[in-house]
Design a protein. Structure first.
Length: 592
């Protein structure tokens, strides 16, 4: 599958590689998704509220830092009245900070909730828009098991974006608030060497910066592989979940074939891939812990060590020492935010990569439809279905191969009310012809003029039975409220499923309860309810029991006002409808 740019066609794999290699493009895609989200304004309101609370919290923290000096001085001076007064001051400051912390925690959770809602809804809407999901599944491995990206990756990206953004902003505010405090305190630090005394402007600020810089650089050096390791783990987790889901959906076939051992081997091999990626990630995180934990423990004593020369020289009091140490800790904590969150940032970048790559690949599906050398699907102005010079390629890229085919009748017109059956040479893949009419297979050339999409119904050989009540299944994809119970029971009677009339409101896994004939009969009941003007059917009567085939073919013959296009070989259909034949033939020189 390709997309068109000013430099020529670009494949989906090339687009994916370009996004994977550009963090700026990943951010741009994420911002575009956010800006077009329906809940953008709601998220912005919560963000502004968070900013106000964080600023108020930072002010309270500065006040708490100033409280250190008189409190510890009262201890040093053994001044009980001053000590009790400072305890009262602490209760007021701490109480206000507690309320602000609770409010911020609630705002954090609500912001993360709405971020996830906006992102997940956007990615799902993009995935199920304009048949992109099917096209991507045919064009790239990204579309084979997208549930990991739609669910877990989107959740992690939304939640981590919220927590990391708030953490970064909070650290920045604390840094701005306390760096001035620490600079002012540093001006009081006078160092004495014998009879010589001197000051270093911003002494403790520079110490905090150098300490945090050393921790950041060492963390970067040790943990540089974490982003790729996290992305690899998510990919392997998706493979494992897909293997489990596939086995669960095909339990009957596996049991009949006695393939449990083979399935176990396959699932265990997939699990081995997951465990291997987790081992690599665990080793990298363990190595990173040496840095984060080591610098964390040293941070307890480093600020006191840095300020101690001035204290022992008598230029600051014990309270001043503790105030300087507390301010140093706040500045260092703000500066080392990157160190503390390096693993989470790597995890966030991995989730960002997987979600944005998936979204970029979905966007590429639309551009691919505009490329030359594809089958054109155009609206029919008079309601007839026309095929002009239609040739179907059998490979994704339309390469030369022996499987391409075309219509013997180069120009075919099917007027409203006519019945036509399309068959072909041995080896012709008629399903590709059905998919081309449905807009799912663009590879080839020629033009297809179709009636309005609301007038045409496509019935595949193997249909989809969604979960839910029988009523919702019969009406799918329309709302079941559009039809009465009596209408549905009448449709079930006509297709030979009258025994299900009393189970309309029952919810079940119908694809497991009903056999092939019953499932096809349900598809015909859906057709009778919807009353389409055009029906395109693919091999729907092949392989059915003779009684079922005759009954369903007779129903098609009783639809004189409907236009029928049957793709397959069914004598019952030809006899019931008097359909004319159209032929498909293999090509010696298939289209590019």
């Amino acid at each position: 599958m390709t997309s068109e740019t000013s430099g020529g066609p670009i494949s989906v794999d090339q687009i994916v590689a370009a996004v994977e290699g550009s963090f700026r493009r990943q951010i741009a895609i994420a911002l575009d998704s956010f800006w077009h989200s329906a809940i953008r304004n709601r998220i912005l309101v919560f963000a502004f509220a968070l900013v106000a609370v964080i600023l108020a919290t930072a002010y309270g923290t500065v006040m708490l830092n100033h409280w250190n000096a008189p409190f510890y001085n009262s201890l040093e001076q053994r001044n009980l009245p001053a000590f009790l007064q400072e305890l009262r001051n602490f209760a007021v400051i701490a109480g206000v900070l507690l309320v602000l912390n609770v409010i911020q925690a609630w705002l954090n959770q609500m912001t993360a909730l709405h971020m996830r809602e906006g992102l997940t809804r956007d990615v799902i809407d993009q995935w199920l828009a304009g048949r992109r999901a099917f096209r991507l599944s045919m064009a790239s491995p990204l579309g084979v098991n997208p549930d990991q990206r739609l669910h877990e990756d989107a959740r992690k990206l939304a939640e981590m974006t919220t927590s990391l953004s708030i953490g970064l902003f909070n650290a920045t505010i604390l840094l701005v608030s306390f760096i001035g405090v620490l600079w002012g305190l540093s001006s009081d630090l006078v160092f004495k060497l014998g009879d010589w005394s001197f000051q270093i402007p911003g002494y403790m600020v520079w110490g905090a910066i150098l300490y945090a810089l050393a921790a950041s650089l060492l963390s970067r050096l040790v943990g540089h592989r974490l982003s790729n390791l996290n992305a690899e783990r998510y990919a392997r987790e998706a493979d494992l979940r897909f293997s489990l889901m596939r086995a669960n959906e095909n339990l009957d076939a596996i049991a009949v074939a006695r393939g449990e051992d083979a399935e176990k081997r396959h699932i265990h091999e997939t699990l081995d891939g997951v465990l291997g990626s987790i081992r690599n990630l665990a080793l990298a995180l363990t190595n990173l812990t040496w840095v984060t934990a080591g610098f964390g423990w040293l941070a307890i004593i480093v600020p006191i060590l840095i300020a101690s020369p001035a204290y022992f020289s008598g230029t600051i009091t014990f309270g001043g020492l503790m105030m300087a140490a507390a301010a140093f800790t706040q500045v260092y904590s703000a500066l080392r935010w990157y160190v503390d969150n390096f693993g989470q940032i790597a995890d966030w970048r991995a989730a960002l990569l997987r979600v944005t790559v998936f979204r970029a690949a979905l966007d590429a599906m639309d551009n691919a439809e505009q490329m030359p050398g594809r089958i054109e699907i155009l609206p029919s102005e008079d309601g007839a279905l026309r095929l002009r010079g239609l040739e179907i390629g059998s490979r994704l890229q339309g390469e030369n191969n022996g499987g391409a085919f075309r219509l013997v009748e180069r120009d075919v017109e099917i007027a409203p009310g006519q019945h036509v059956m399309v068959n072909g040479d041995q080896g012709v893949n008629r399903k590709l012809f059905f998919n081309a009419l449905a807009g799912l297979w663009p590879f080839g050339k020629g033009k297809i003029f179709l009636p309005a999409a609301t007038d045409i119904l496509f019935i595949p050989q193997i249909g989809y039975l969604p979960e839910g009540s029988l009523r919702s299944l019969l009406a799918y994809p329309l709302a079941s409220a559009n039809f009465t119970d009596s209408d549905m029971k009448l449709a079930l009677e006509k297709v030979g499923l009258g025994n299900l009339g009393g189970r309309l409101y029952e919810r079940a896994r119908w694809e497991r309860l009903l056999d092939k004939d019953e499932q096809m009969a349900l598809a015909f009941a859906n057709m009778l309810l919807r009353k389409p003007r055009w029906v395109v059917l693919f091999d729907v009567l092949e392989g059915l029991e003779p009684d079922t085939e005759i009954r369903l073919a007779a129903l098609l013959g009783e639809m004189p006002d409907a236009s029928l296009l049957y793709i397959g070989r069914s004598a019952a259909f030809a006899k019931a409808t008097g359909a004319r034949l159209v032929h498909l033939e293999r090509m010696m020189d298939p289209p590019r």
